[in-house]
Design a protein around this ligand. Structure first.
Ligand SMILES: Nc1nc2c(c(=O)[nH]1)N[C@H]1C(S)=C(S)[C@@H](COP(=O)(O)O)O[C@H]1N2
Ligand SMILES: [Mo]
Length: 247
């Protein structure tokens, strides 16, 4: 559920109202047009990608939520931020946006929040249910005024495997999905390092590897070509993990 606070974050107040830059995006226009047509003809078309992932209750929370993939980032910069509770850390938002800006953890905590209890499904064959609180990504993208040409949002992470950075990407449908949040809180506690502090992506209609941890920078792009291996994510670049990991 969204709770609204009259907090100022970044260069101005984040609001839930629409943004022309976002609705002018060709992708979003396509979705809106599809939505209009579908409403007239068949409800099923509308619900496919915009449907909500199931949400659970606190009674369903997994007693143990596994830490998977990297359990920390190891760069000197990240470890210094971790050592002082990420007070000087800032998330950068840039790329194909009219207003690049950055946000501190305090600003992210003061922004409008959403809390959701969802299940994470890892391709390795395990699932866990956790409660996540964070800022809807759509609010941040509206604040940044994503350009009409932007097709994907890329999440650059602080960690790496043998020096190769972890990253992930999603399209604008998932980016603007109401359950897509940048989570700073897990099960009511500050997000532990193992689960991706200071913030991690929750994109609840997608598999575990899309849930980028240790997110440092968000970049709006026209194309995934030229971003690392061009596959749209660390695992997509080097294994048969599909870029579209919808569930
Ligand atoms: N930065 C980063 N994000 C990541 C990973 C990682 O190694 N590094 N692993 C992914 C995988 S495969 C899964 S299943 C989940 C694990 O999240 P958890 O440790 O909170 O369970 O994070 C995903 N996001
Ligand atoms: Mo995973």
């Amino acid at each position: 559920m969204i709770s609204r606070r009259n907090a100022l974050i970044g260069v101005g107040a984040l609001t839930l109202s629409g943004c022309d830059a976002v609705t002018r995006s060709p992708t979003v226009r396509k979705i809106l047009t599809l939505g209009e047509k579908a409403t007239l003809t068949s409800q099923r078309l509308v619900t496919d990608r915009n449907a909500l992932a199931p949400e659970f209750t606190r009674a369903d929370l997994s007693p143990r939520f596994r830490v998977n993939g990297n359990s920390t980032a190891t760069s000197a910069e990240y470890l210094a931020h971790a050592a002082n509770g990420f007070t000087d850390w800032k998330l950068e938002i840039g790329g194909k946006v009219a207003r690049p800006f950055s946000l501190s953890l305090a600003q992210l905590r003061a922004a409008p929040q959403r809390t959701q209890i969802t299940r994470q499904d890892c391709v390795e064959g395990w699932s866990a249910i956790g409660e996540w609180t964070g800022v809807p990504l759509g609010l941040i993208l509206r604040q940044a005024q994503v350009l009409a040409s932007a097709q994907y949002i890329v999440f650059h992470c602080a960690d790496d495997f043998s020096g190769v950075p972890y990253y992930e990407s999603i399209d604008m449908i998932d980016a603007l999905h109401p359950q897509t949040i940048l989570a700073h809180t897990m099960n009511g506690q500050p997000l532990p390092i193992g689960h991706g502090a200071p913030i991690r992506l929750r994109v609840e209609r997608a598999l575990g590897y899309k849930q980028a941890k240790f997110v440092m920078r968000i970049e709006a792009v026209e194309s995934l070509a030229g971003i690392h291996g061009g596959g749209g994510g660390f695992w997509e670049d080097r294994s048969d993990y599909q870029w579209f990991a919808g569930i």
